[in-house]
Ligand binder design. Structure first.
Ligand SMILES: [Zn+2]
Length: 188
């Protein structure tokens, strides 16, 4: 899917989570996971592994994707329903992770196959991003009609739109017009 913005992708394994969330374009764009065979193809492209995808697996993928999108609203200051976290933990919880140890420390590896393997990769990406301090900069655009996942590379890390040029300015224009309207009715 073409990125509507010039922002560079999220660093490291977060790029996979970003690609996953952006596998559909809100509010009515094409969903790359719209059928089970298409979802299998998408997974193969994204992680290079052949996976069987049933219709039930596809539903789990969509539910996970949308729960992640909801969760990321917290990173632009929105209140996220705690039920979203519970739902996401349940969805990701089917993929067992195991520690891989070396003298330097441990990483987490996914210990299963199929769609669960992909969901496990999503979990490990989130854990890694949390440890690296990049998770809080991973956001979804605040525009209701966009909700595109992007990485906030800005200096202060306080951006709320996937692109100020597209969504931010559109939102500002809307606020401006609303104010104008209020102003004109107020003076009439
Ligand atoms: Zn946007």
């Amino acid at each position: 899917m073409t990125e509507p913005t010039p922002r560079s992708p999220a660093p490291g394994s977060l790029a996979l989570v970003q690609r996953f969330i952006n596998s559909t374009e809100m509010p009515d764009g094409v969903d790359e996971l719209r059928t089970a065979p298409l979802a299998a193809r998408w997974l193969h492209d994204a992680v290079g592994v052949e996976m069987e995808v049933s219709e039930k697996d596809r539903s789990r993928l969509i539910a996970t994707r949308e729960a992640l999108r909801d969760l990321l609203e917290a990173h632009t200051g929105e209140n996220v329903d705690p039920a979203v976290v519970v739902r996401l933990e349940k969805l990701l919880g089917h993929a067992p992770l195991r520690p891989v140890l070396t003298a330097e420390g441990a990483t987490l590896a996914v210990n299963c196959a199929g769609v669960d393997r992909f969901l496990g990769m999503i979990s490990t990406a989130i854990v890694e991003a949390t440890l690296l301090g990049t998770w809080s900069r991973f956001k979804v655009c605040r525009s209701e009609s966009c909700r595109w996942a992007y990485y906030d590379h800005s200096k202060n890390g306080r951006s709320c739109w996937c692109s100020m040029r597209v969504c931010g300015s559109r939102d500002k224009a809307r606020t401006y017009r609303a104010r104008q309207r209020l102003g004109s009715t107020g003076s009439a």
